[in-house]
Every structure is written in structure tokens, then in C-alpha cells.
Design a protein around this ligand. Structure first.
Ligand SMILES: [Zn+2]
Length: 210
């Protein structure tokens, strides 16, 4: 676990990442588990970091064309967010962390610029919508519900979660493909004030790689 996160990322940036993860969590599509997860990936520019199995390389400016549609620029940090998206066939479901990482990769970001990911997840704030009756809708309160009338709502509140939500093994493997095991920060948070930080190596020791 990283004791002094300020050596790696400013606490203001960490809080911003967590807030982004909490916000995107409200978009989670999780009618089957009711377990909503949000992730926010921080990408830095202009620095040199090693990058997972790809070795060390210089990082160029990662502000790619079209990224504004998917990312929020915050000074030298760009944030790519993702939420979990479930499927009735189950296996096509995808985790929030991979959505964020793949979004960044697909936008042309150099994985050597991946610095941290904040993850929030939990079921606590799922409430039954007063206007619906089945647990098929996950829209935030106040937004229109596509499954109105007989359907029902998960109301995922952008605020906090009851416990820390570590990434699954598949997501750890994906991170190990792209991220420096000793510098990439995995931020597990309950809210913007309660969080703990691990390196990828902490959570994925002796990882597989070709
Ligand atoms: Zn996962």
C-alpha cells in the first residue's frame, strides 16, 4: 500500500478522481446484481513512465482528437471514466475498470501515461423508485426512466459507498498489461475523504506476462 500518495499524485487530484468515479457510477447498468461500480482512470502527460509489459517509453501529449467527448481535462491530468455494464447472458458483462481503460486505449492514449485509477462500488444506495415496481432501471433520480410504468428503478446516488471495492482478477490482469506495477496507483474509495491506495504490484504480485 502506498503510504504517502503525495509522492505520486496530489490529494486534490485523488479526490477529483474519486468524485468522477462516484459520478460515473450513476450510469452503471446493473439490473441483475444491483452492484454499481464506477472507475476513473487518470492519465498524465509529458512524463516518462514504464508501461506494463510494453517496457519504458517517453510519454507524449495524450490529448487526442475526440477525447473531449469522453474525458475531462484537468490540467496535466485527463480522466477517462467507466461503469460496469451487465448483460442478461452474464458473460458479456464488463467491469467499470476495463470500460475506462479500453476507452482511453481506443482514443489513442499511450498506456505509458496511465497513472492511477479510482474505483468505487457497492449496493447500499439502491432504492426502489416510487414510480416503478421492478428492479430493471438504474437511472438516477430525476432522470427519465426508459422502463417506466411497470418497471422499476435503482436509484444510484452520487455520494458514497459502504465499503472498498477492489478490482476483480480479470481487471488486474488488464492493468498488468498496460500499467507500471510499481507506479500505477489503484485508489479504493468509500468517498472523497475515505480511500486507500495500492500499487498494482500490491494487488497483482507474480502476474502473468509473455
Ligand atoms: Zn473487473
Amino acid at each position: 500500500m502506498i503510504e504517502n500518495s503525495h509522492d505520486y499524485l496530489e490529494s486534490k487530484t485523488i479526490k477529483e478522481l474519486i468524485a468522477s468515479a462516484l459520478q460515473v457510477r450513476t450510469h452503471s447498468y446493473c439490473p441483475y446484481s444491483g452492484f454499481a461500480v464506477g472507475a476513473a482512470l487518470a492519465i498524465t502527460t509529458g512524463k516518462t513512465y514504464s508501461s506494463g509489459t510494453h517496457g519504458t517509453k517517453e510519454v507524449a501529449d495524450c490529448s487526442v482528437e475526440g477525447a473531449a467527448n469522453h474525458a475531462e481535462a484537468t490540467g496535466s491530468i485527463t480522466i477517462y471514466t467507466g461503469c460496469n455494464i451487465e448483460n442478461s447472458a452474464f458473460s458479456p458483462s464488463v467491469c467499470a475498470e476495463r470500460v475506462a481503460i479500453f476507452k482511453a486505449i481506443s482514443e489513442g492514449c499511450d498506456p505509458a501515461s496511465f497513472r492511477a485509477i479510482a474505483i468505487v462500488g457497492g449496493k447500499n444506495d439502491k432504492k426502489t423508485c416510487s414510480s416503478h415496481s421492478q428492479n430493471k432501471c438504474n437511472r438516477s433520480e430525476g432522470t427519465s426512466c426508459a422502463t417506466a410504468s411497470t418497471e422499476a428503478a435503482f436509484i444510484i446516488i452520487d455520494g458514497s459507498v459502504p465499503d472498498f471495492c477492489p478490482p476483480c482478477g480479470v481487471c488486474r490482469q488488464v492493468m498488468s498489461e498496460f500499467c507500471d506495477p510499481d507506479r500505477f496507483m489503484i485508489i479504493l474509495a468509500r468517498n472523497t475523504d475515505e480511500y486507500k491506495i495500492f500499487t498494482l504490484r500490491d494487488l497483482m504480485p507474480e502476474s502473468f506476462g509473455l
